[in-house]
Design a protein around this ligand. Sequence first.
Ligand code: HAM
Length: 433
Amino acid sequence: MASKFQVPRGTRDILPGESERWIALEGTTREILSRYGYREVRTPLFESTDLFIRSVGESTDIVRKELYTFEDRKGRSLTLRPEGTAPLVRAYLEHALGHGDPVTRLYYIGPMFRYERPQAGRYRQFWQIGAELLGPAAPAADAEMIDLFVAILRGIGLKDVRVLVNSLGDSVCRPVYRERIREHFESREAELCGDCKERLRTNPLRILDCKVPTCQPAIASAPSVLDSLCDPCREHFDGVKAALDALSIEHETAPRLVRGLDYYTRTVFEVHAAGLGAQNAVGGGGRYDQLVKDFGGPQTPAIGFSIGMERLLLATGSLETGAALRPDVCVIAREPGAVLEALRVARELRGLGTNAASGLRVLVDLGGRSASAQMKWASKLEARFAVFVPSDAAGYAVRDLDAGKDAPHQTDVPSLRAWLMEQAATVSEDVTR
Ligand code: HAM
């Protein structure tokens, strides 16, 4: 069916068949987050532009090239959120969510927006699951965060993953490292791509993250951040690795892992999954011990991560279309005048408003088809039963479509429902095939 309109470039529709997978993913993730003590925050899809410039950082690709920024009718500059951490920290301070508790655990699930070049696993609107732990500075917090990340991946059946960790130091040792890196790349500027030449001036650490082949020799010989850490940062990083060992979480130290946001301090990490191609990070995160303070709050160490939901689904190989849900019952109107009775009977069979657990999935054909065409429709949907209206002298006629034979008549709707429920219980585990 042709339309004059198409979905905007870099965005996608999540259609029935796929949407069930999203619902399942969200359900599993929420359950795991709640078992770790996390509670959800839903922030607006847009915020004042300044919020992102001051947190993500003026010289990052996200702020320089990828923001969806617009003015509202009063001339305020607003931006569709490119990530969830800065909005969450804003909300944390605005509503004093940390009040009275030195440790606050929060999460969000929702769409983010970045004007990136679209490719497999990279979109302009994409979904993130994010968790943020505000308060604790100790390495045990970093380990719990990574443990939670891995628990979510395991929970949805993703096992083939690599956990990469690094430390970016703090305000004491990072400037020293940045200067060393700048000097290193300055001496090899001729080898760098155009973007990296610019990064040399604005954000030299980001050169380490460049994927352009000609930049790789200069990157490979760059000094390691781990050699520049001050004693407290080194101790912290050793503590994180020891804590991961204690929790039996396999991990690799990745001294070139820098990440694309400026708010990080000390620990950063990424989780890579097989089968994702170039966009192999299913998620990442790190510490941001200064961000709460930068936003005007008290000194509050924090750490968090975000998982890209499209990438998570791609990595589990399940972004493809699945089967439709199978109805328990199709109510067949034997004559055109019976369609309203069909709707009434269907509503009662669904059992809503009584006990939701004791309901059935019930469909009525609204296409005005003949009774025999409705029967074909019911078998195409693989309905378990057909119920016929109007009722006759013996009550409601029922056909067991799975068994291919008539079932006993049921005298009224309550007994019809009770009988169908009893039958459906034997197949209910199977309805989502
Ligand atoms: P990020 O690395 O920018 O971190 O994004 C996290 C994840 O979001 C990525 O690993 C990827 O799975 C997904 N993602 C990012 N951009 C796209 C895109 N264009 N298309 C599809 N998926 C994408 C953050 O956003 C930080 N807020 C993470 C964090 C939380 N750090 C501390 N707390």
